[in-house]
Ligand binder design. Structure first.
Ligand SMILES: [Fe+2]
Length: 205
């Protein structure tokens, strides 16, 4: 199960949880940690991990606060973005690594482009939490420090497009015409996934 929480100005945080075993992971606690704690407490969930899709502060600023509230929760990030965080990750994940949350299996995809060590999280072959790699109708910007347009194009082509159409995409910001969408629909309508060449991709406004 995934709970999408709109936090800050237009960010999304997520609580990924297994209701039978009452275990949870939180993704990108950038703001409004009270909203996250409310979900955890109201569903009586044990927070096992705090997963950071990338190092930007609008996705990570409440990490230490949340860790203070639940000291046993482990901070999860990639090596590249983990070293850019103000906190030390407890678990460093690479492409293809897996993590259990109760009966759920989370698989990590290394998806650089927006940042050097951005990750996406595949939840049980049903959902794809994309951080700032993929938005509804767009992808993350590549003009910030550590961003790279060519790398983002390769990530979209080699990591995102091969994934199944029936996955539900849960992005890191509420930038689209809907808060989430099927990957199949995004493959058909998202200009950044429709671009066939790096040249086409680089011309997208
Ligand atoms: Fe970002």
């Amino acid at each position: 199960m995934i709970e999408q929480l709109r936090v800050g100005f237009d960010n999304f945080s997520y609580v990924i949880y297994c209701l039978t075993q009452k275990k949870a992971a939180v993704v990108d606690p950038g703001f409004d940690v009270g909203k996250i704690l409310y979900v955890l407490q109201s569903k009586n969930l044990e927070l096992l991990s705090i997963i950071l899709t990338h190092y930007h502060s609008d996705h990570t600023a409440e990490t230490e606060h949340l860790k203070k509230m639940v000291p046993s929760a482990l901070i999860v990030a990639s090596e590249e973005d983990g070293r850019r965080l103000p906190v030390q990750p407890d678990i460093v994940v690479s492409d293809g690594d897996k993590l259990n949350v109760g009966s759920l299996v989370l698989s990590f995809l290394l998806t650089p482009g927006h940042t050097p060590g951005g990750i996406c999280i595949l939840v049980d072959q049903e959902a794809l939490v994309t951080g700032d790699t993929l938005f509804i109708g767009d992808c993350g910007r590549t003009d910030l420090p550590g961003g790279n347009l060519e790398t983002m194009f390769q990530t979209l082509q080699q990591k995102i497009l091969p994934l199944p159409d029936d996955l539900i995409v849960y992005p890191g910001h509420d930038y689209g015409d809907k808060p989430f969408d099927s990957l199949g629909n995004q493959k058909r309508t998202n200009k950044t996934l429709r671009a066939k060449t790096l040249g086409d991709f680089s011309l997208i406004p």
